[in-house]
Design a protein around this ligand. Structure first.
Ligand code: FNR
Length: 182
């Protein structure tokens, strides 16, 4: 019972703000939800020649996505799009043709950036990809998080200024996952 959520962070950086956001936001979910970050940094570059004999990290990724009832993408914006490492992971689990592991999994999209538009363009690009992959993504509320002093408190929780907004986001996300998974 309960809902297992696969969390996909689009940054490999150790001190990634987006990883911190992912770690903090999941604490706003009810206890019946459990979240696990999937590892994407050890995936090979996608090569269609390998479809018949995928590497271990590719099999692991696909199994983890398949086992999840929902997805949570938390990504930076790189050059006004999603990072290549994230697209690589998405491509891997979408193949071979007819074996798209993402299909039908309800998703939430979040992102944090130092810039004022807070990953809005990357998120739009991601939504385009997810639509093609038959992933129903929560539309509202959108969450374009600007990294500022106080976004996180000393315990790594969402700070007071953003807590109400992100709690509302999480409540909507939880309802979205339940609606699609049940
Ligand atoms: C960036 N950054 C960035 N920020 C943004 O708001 N829009 C953008 O298009 C870009 N482009 C971009 C390209 C590349 C290659 C890098 C390395 C960075 C800045 C980015 O938001 C910042 O580095 C974040 O801290 C990255 O997220 P993590 O790693 O902290 O999660």
């Amino acid at each position: 019972s309960g809902y297992q959520i696969a969390v996909i962070v689009g940054s490999l950086r150790k001190e990634s703000f987006n990883r911190k956001l992912a770690d903090a936001v999941v604490k706003l979910a009810p206890p019946e939800f459990s979240f696990r970050q999937v590892q994407i940094g050890d995936l090979p570059l996608y090569n269609q020649d390998d479809d018949a004999d995928p590497a271990e990290p590719v099999k692991r990724l696909k199994n983890e996505i398949r086992a999840a009832q929902g997805l949570l993408f938390v990504t930076p914006e790189y050059n006004r799009s999603i990072p290549g490492v994230l697209k690589n992971a998405i491509d891997h689990a979408s193949r071979p043709y007819g074996q798209n592991a993402w299909a039908g999994k309800p998703a939430g999209v979040l992102g944090a950036s130092i810039g004022t538009i807070g990953t809005a363009i990357a998120q739009q690009h991601l939504r385009n990809v997810l639509a093609y992959l038959d992933v129903p993504a929560l539309g509202q509320p959108e969450a374009f998080i600007q990294v500022r002093e106080g976004l996180f408190d000393e315990g790594g929780n969402i700070g007071a200024a953003s807590k109400g907004f992100l709690q509302d986001w999480m409540d909507r996300y939880v309802a979205w996952v339940k609606k699609h998974a049940d």
